[in-house]
Write a protein that binds this ligand. Structure first.
Ligand code: NDP
Ligand code: 2IT
Length: 450
């Protein structure tokens, strides 16, 4: 059944939708042990319906730059599945954004959101707009133009977008401003808002902190290990990477790398977080070459100078590795290096950063591997906490959100580990996550009828 659905999917989607096929293929193969366990899955065509988005919205975004030149970009929102609650998922602004990439992200989001146990469905959106090198005013004009087109399709009980690559609190603020301007509705229609007008404390930190809470739990339960004093490698230098590094350091780990799309920093003394934040936080996108300029003992490797199609960040010996930049940034040769160097755990902060054959190799060699849909779910969970606070007009303090996040990540780990065990896939957290998430969504799809 799984192979038939995959063959149909490849026929009915563009040949360029490779990341979408990759994501679906991983999930469907995980589900093999249970697809025949309940005849209703077949009766209600659950798998076929699950791999087909409810709708793909595409629109034209026209905006004017600071020199009064007119630009046109593509804007999208993919509303994939709302069986568990309103569509929920981030917006990505990056030149690589396409329908295929957003379909993969929205599909993953269904499962991630299900794992949180919270009432949220799966969606993703964004644009091929490149925020790099744009002024603050240009970002504002683009965001407002984007929302002019998106606003009819979203709502606090319909679809609640948030941030992702290239979209942080600044962009969400401009998007929210335009939504309010058009609709006169001060509603929790976006999450990740600035705290000043309805945002939740800790949303900026939530994804990265959650990744480390998950890692702490997995290492404690599986290996009776802690992060204290351990060498860790992190890729990326954006929201998720920065807050993963921050929490790792708070737990006593020594983080020796970070990276961006142009290169990698290796700092044997441990990454200087204040310096990194001063270069990259809040939409700043200064090159990591500036890190090297400030700390000459650090090593900077340009991406273009690194051989074999691998990624320099994974070549450094570490106890645990945290890919936190983007999809398919850790390949088989990187996985080989990590194994040779004694890495015991790979914990995904980004969405699908590890290629399929790299995951298989890591798992075969006994490296603990946590898929992003489990370990990075803290971001969307705190987004849901923001929706809750908006709906009840409350404001929770930092410690309350942090405690709830910590508890939720613990629960996700438990749910994933127990499900893997139950289906004879002990320590296979990919299968555990996919099966646990699927069962909840499938039940809802059956109960709501066709
Ligand atoms: P940011 O835009 O804040 O940072 C992205 C980082 O990744 C930057 O350092 C960027 O470098 C690097 N990067 C982006 N594209 C590439 C590429 N093609 N090759 C190499 N490096 C790249 O995004 P986030 O930190 O928010 O997102 C990172 C990952 O985490 C994504 O996979 C996202 O989907 C996922 N995620 C994000 C959540 C959130 O709450 N923000 C929640 C859950 C998952 P540069 O600046 O040079 O482009
Ligand atoms: O991939 C993700 O989970 C996000 N980009 C966050 C989504 C959200 O709605 O907070």
């Amino acid at each position: 059944m799984v192979e038939k659905i995959l063959a149909n999917l490849e026929k009915s989607n563009c040949a360029t939708d490779t990341t979408f096929i990759q994501a679906v293929s991983e999930v469907l193969h995980s589900l093999e042990p249970i697809v025949n366990s309940d005849p209703r899955y077949d009766t209600y065509a659950i798998l076929e319906r699950l791999v087909t988005p409810d709708r793909v919205i595409q629109f034209k975004v026209q905006w004017v730059d600071d020199s009064n030149r007119v630009h046109v970009n593509n804007g999208y929102r993919i509303q994939f599945n709302n069986s568990l609650g309103p569509y929920k998922g981030g917006l990505r602004f990056h030149p690589s954004v396409s329908i295929g990439v957003l379909k993969f992200l929205a599909f993953e989001q269904i499962f991630k959101n299900s794992l949180t146990g919270l009432p949220i469905g799966g969606a993703k959106g964004g644009s091929d707009f490149d925020p790099k090198g744009k002024s603050d005013f240009e970002i504002m004009k683009f965001c407002r133009a984007f929302m002019r087109e998106l606003h009819p399709y979203i709502g606090a009980r319909i679809d609640v977008p948030a941030g992702d690559i290239g979209v942080g609190a600044r962009e969400i603020g401009y998007l929210f401003g335009e939504y309010k301007h058009i609709t006169r509705n001060y509603d929790g229609v976006l999450s990740g808002k600035p705290y000043a007008f309805g945002g939740s404390l800790m949303r900026p930190q939530a994804t990265g902190f959650g990744v480390v809470y998950f890692a702490r739990e997995m290492l404690k339960e599986e290996l009776q290990e802690s992060l204290e004093g351990k060498i860790c490698t992190v890729s990326g230098a954006g929201n998720v990477a920065i807050h993963t590094i921050e929490k790792l350091q708070q737990f006593g780990a020594i983080v020796i790398t970070c990276s961006d799309s142009e290169g990698t920093i290796y700092d044997s003394r441990g990454i200087d977080l204040q310096l990194l934040k001063s270069l990259k936080d809040e939409g700043k996108r200064l090159s990591l070459e500036n890190y090297k300029a400030a700390i000459p003992s650090a090593v900077y490797t340009k991406k273009a100078d690194y051989p074999n199609g691998g990624h320099s960040v994974w070549s450094f010996p570490c106890f645990a590795a945290f890919p936190c930049a983007t999809q398919n940034e850790l390949n088989e040769s990187d996985a080989k290096k990590l194994i040779e160097n004694g890495c015991v755990a790979v914990v995904e902060g980004a969405n699908m950063p590890t290629e399929t054959n790299a995951i298989e190799l890591l798992q075969r060699e006994g490296v603990l591997f946590s898929p992003g849909k489990a370990s990075n779910a803290g971001g969307v969970a705190v987004s849901e906490f923001e929706m809750s606070q908006n709906a009840s007009m409350e404001k929770w303090d930092f410690d309350k959100v942090d405690r709830k996040l910590d508890e939720l990540m613990r629960q996700i780990y438990k749910r994933v580990a127990l499900t893997a065990k139950e289906y004879g896939r002990e320590r296979n957290f990919v299968d555990g996550a996919n099966i646990a998430a699927f069962k909840r969504v499938a039940e809802a799809m059956i109960l709501e009828g066709v």
